[in-house]
Design a protein around this ligand. Structure first.
Ligand code: ADP
Length: 295
């Protein structure tokens, strides 16, 4: 499958230009959509999920015109929205059965088997009779994936799925997501760079509604080779360094501020060459748009 997004634009009625001429090509596998809060990720996801209109541009899933054939797209789609509400007083099993019914799985025996298999798949088999209100954040997200998988979707969209999960829950969720990618397009929106480096074969950086970078994480990191330098400075010196260098990230460690800069040649002044990582790619792309100290 191939998802082709061409020159997509969206301005909300309050004047916010949320998507500006967005073009991306996605193939089977896990695609990370990385960007700070307010970048336009959810706007893009909701448009692909046929939940809102674009002002201009097109989206094609193979030959299917996504913006014009909403019903057909919804049959191929699994969607886990950012705010996935659950009814607290219903068990996971009953809720999933209900959603499967809504999604058109009419046969009772077939549905029962499907619900059991999906809950086992997301490792909630033993908790399936518990009410959803008693679930942890990670369990709710795994339940969200189970409902998104009903109907063997070819396109799965998960919007900020790891926000609010503790490290163990996030790991469990990573393991689950990484099993999905092979025969489907999975789009994962996130502001967490680690989500992309752990899971995604391709990714894009989006900021203020624009795609700033699209490609493979490894290639993106290799392109930074020899261009990242680091130094520990006093906090008070930061503005001096910001005037003279392209500071892409800062981290306070044991009283010293560790700064990383992007430079095409050795900047001297006590900077040491650093091994680049995906955070460097991310911050160097968005640094021109957003003050990195506020991220
Ligand atoms: P992200 O998912 O990357 O955090 P969003 O797509 O939610 O970004 O938001 C992009 C921009 O559009 C933000 O400035 C946000 O405030 C604005 N926005 C999002 N949804 C709406 C809406 N329904 N009406 C008006 N503005 C919106």
């Amino acid at each position: 499958m191939k998802l082709q997004i061409n020159s997509l634009s969206k301005t909300y009625s309050n004047g916010v230009h949320a998507l500006k001429d967005v073009s991306l090509t996605l193939n089977n596998g896990m695609f990370g959509l990385l960007g700070p809060n307010g970048a336009g990720k959810s706007s893009l996801m909701r448009t692909i999920a046929t939940l809102q209109e674009a002002d201009a541009g097109s989206i094609f899933l193979d030959d299917l015109d996504v913006l014009k054939n909403k019903t057909e797209v919804r049959q191929l789609l699994g969607y886990l929205p950012q705010e996935f509400g659950v009814y607290p007083k219903i068990s996971a099993e009953r809720m999933l059965d209900h959603i499967a019914q809504l999604k058109g799985v009419g046969n009772n025996a077939e549905r029962k088997e499907l619900v059991a298999a999906l809950l086992d798949n997301v490792n909630l088999g033993k908790d399936k009779r518990k009410n959803l209100g008693t679930y942890s954040g990670g369990m709710k997200q795994r339940f969200g994936i189970a409902q998104a998988l009903i109907g063997n979707p070819k396109l799965i969209i998960v919007d900020e799925p790891t926000a609010g999960l503790d490290p163990a829950e996030r790991n469990r969720f990573y393991n689950l997501l990484s099993q999905l990618g092979e025969n489907t397009i999975v789009i994962l929106s996130t502001h967490i760079v680690e989500d992309v480096s752990t899971l995604c074969s391709n990714f894009a950086i989006i900021c203020q509604g624009e795609v700033l970078y699209a490609g493979e994480p490894d290639t993106a990191v290799n392109e930074m080779e020899g261009r990242i330098f680091s130094k520990a400075i006093d906090k008070a010196e930061l503005s001096f360094y910001q005037d003279d260098f392209s500071v892409i990230s800062t981290q306070l460690k044991t009283g010293k501020l560790h700064i990383r800069i992007l430079a095409e040649t050795d900047p001297g002044k006590g900077f040491a060459p650093a091994t680049p990582n995906l955070e460097d790619v991310y911050f160097s792309n968005i640094a021109t748009r957003v003050d990195v100290n506020t991220i």
